[in-house]
Design a protein around this ligand. Structure first.
Ligand code: F6P
Length: 539
């Protein structure tokens, strides 16, 4: 595309430019390069961009048809082409009065119906009205799911802990390693435990295996028969048949639909554990936050469109500056699982190397997304961010207010936390020149070691507080950012064929481990490892 070539040329012109210079040249830059979307304040002034860069990036988006694909998504077109599905997670948070169609049917009433059922159920569990098999109230909810059926609720539960029902416990089991379930239930009373089996397909081996073990644990612990399952197991799925086959009454199933991708499903029934934790009202506030950003993405002009901007900035670095990864660095302990959640969202969506027509792409696609809460990262890997040879664009996320129920001494720590966020953005962008180091009287031989090159781009995202709505806004912002990038790269961001092969091979190899069975076509390395494993296990 000529727009791509133009950006390449422009990049060469900016090769030697430094953020220090961009700020000196344009004193209004900091004010101009900000956006307000709902409660989110975005500062993108510390990026290696000029007005010309942004204009060229927007031209690329226009030429790639980002707006057309976005509109197609919102109206329910089957933009997940390899699975022939609509992509309508935005309908999960649309108001009840909205009309959104897939296959000619308005999906909104169904969404609202399930939300209402979830609300009633959550209230019953929270209030103690829902009783276990022996008549005791539920004290612990264990969500069993993996990928999109785990990461969202597990992350959001941490994020919104301050809003949760503090007399209840919530645990999340995903790993097929038996240790995960063991640690989750070892101190629980089965009579007071509710399992939520979350699986879109209800065929995922990790989840079904853990769910079966959980059922055994429950029935053994209660000394009861299968009739106890009804009071202790509910299912979140699109697959009623498989749910019934597992032995869960479909009256205890909360449905969602094939137009909700796994990694986009946490605001569907998959969020039930979160809804029980924070209550239906807070859950609805979160959905409203999502919707606010959906509407912004759908309607804001390109110059003010935050997901478009973030997506294009990622393309700028990934495709024109050879950045291989993107760090998400929250300055909030509550966001400790946020980056892990974004890894699936981004890397499962855009980790593709063929385009929508099936041809090999000739450009870089999705980045490696990584990061942990910022202050901890500062004492671990920030050294590389500041002085390493790799360019790693980063998002710094912080909040003006600490959570309400912190004790006063801990509230006072918040300024220090945020001072770190601001200091890191500053150091990454502007660094420290050799002259500044010398002016501190540093010995000449140490000057290169103590110099910070700076010029490392960051976006700062600030909000007043970390509320349910703000969480919804943040997630929708990243969802649509990922969408924009997939659209520009012309890849299908909504399938995940890359996870299939490993699943098939694991099934094939398992009998070799357990029974020593011959696996036809097993390569020599893997065969050797299997033999060693059996030897170590004394088989
Ligand atoms: O990892 C592949 C995947 O299909 C994800 O996309 C999905 O979130 C996860 O497995 C779990 O799938 P399910 O909800 O069907 O159990």
């Amino acid at each position: 595309m000529p727009e791509w070539t133009a950006l390449g040329k422009h990049r060469e012109q900016l090769a030697e430019v430094h953020l220090r210079e961009l700020f000196e040249r344009d004193p209004a830059r900091a004010g101009r390069y900000t956006l307000q979307v709902g409660d989110l304040h975005l500062d993108y002034s510390k990026h290696l961009v000029t007005d010309e860069t942004l204009g060229l990036l927007r031209e690329l988006a226009a030429a790639a048809g980002v707006a057309e694909l976005r509109d197609a998504m919102f109206r329910g077109a089957k933009i997940n082409i390899t699975e022939q599905r609509s992509v309508l997670h935005t309908a999960l948070r649309a108001p009840g009065s909205a009309v959104v169609t897939s296959d000619g049917e308005n999906v909104v009433p169904g969404v609202q119906h399930v939300l209402t059922r979830m609300g009633t159920f959550s209230d019953r569990v929270r209030s103690g009205d829902w009783k276990g098999h022996t008549g005791k109230r539920i004290k612990t909810v264990v969500n069993i799911g993996i990928g999109g059926s785990d990461l969202g609720p597990a992350m959001a539960y941490e994020v919104l802990r301050a809003y949760t029902h503090r007399d209840m416990q919530f645990r999340f089991v995903s790993n097929v390693d038996g240790a995960d379930l063991h640690e989750a239930v070892r101190d629980l009373d089965p009579a007071e435990t509710l399992f939520i089996i979350a699986s879109k397909t209800f065929t995922t081996i990790e989840t079904i295996t853990n769910a079966t073990s959980a059922r055994d644990w429950l029935l053994t612990g209660l000394g009861a028969g299968g009739e106890a399952v009804a009071k202790h197991f509910v299912a979140l799925s699109t697959n009623a048949e498989k749910v019934a086959e597992f032995g869960i009454d479909t009256d205890n199933m909360f449905e969602f639909w094939d137009w909700v991708g796994g990694r986009y499903s946490f605001d569907s029934a998959i969020g039930l554990s979160l809804m029980i934790a924070i209550g239906p009202e807070r859950f609805r506030e979160m959905l409203a936050g999502f919707h606010l950003v959906d509407e912004h993405f759908r309607t804001a002009p390109p110059e003010e469109n935050a997901p478009l901007l973030l997506g294009l900035l990622g393309i700028w670095y990934g495709n024109f500056w050879d950045a291989q990864s993107h760090a998400v660095l929250p300055y909030s302990h509550y966001l400790s699982k946020f980056t892990a959640y974004l890894q699936q969202l981004d890397m499962e969506s855009n980790g593709k190397s063929v385009d929508r027509q099936g041809n090999r792409v000739g450009w870089q696609t999705g980045p490696v997304v990584w990061g942990t809460p910022g202050t901890n990262g500062q004492h671990a890997y920030y050294q590389l961010l500041h002085q390493g040879t790799k360019m790693i664009p980063a998002d710094l996320i912080g909040f003006a207010a600490p959570v309400a129920d912190l004790q006063p001494g801990l509230v006072a720590q918040h300024d220090l936390l945020m001072a770190n966020l601001f200091a890191q953005g500053q150091a990454l962008a502007f660094g420290k020149t050799p002259d500044e180091v010398r002016a501190e009287g540093v010995a000449e031989e140490l000057v290169p070691h103590k110099t910070f090159p700076g010029n490392r781009p960051t976006t700062t995202i600030l909000a007043a507080e970390l509320s349910p709505s703000v969480l919804g806004q943040l997630i929708a912002l990243y969802e649509h950012k990922v969408f924009v990038q997939g659209a520009v790269w012309n890849i299908d961001s909504f399938d995940q064929w890359g996870v299939e092969l490993g699943k098939v091979l694991a099934k094939r190899v398992e009998p070799a481990l357990t029974e020593g069975a011959e696996v036809p076509g097993l390569d020599a390395s893997t065969a050797g490892l299997v033999a060693k494993y059996r030897e170590l296990r004394g088989r």
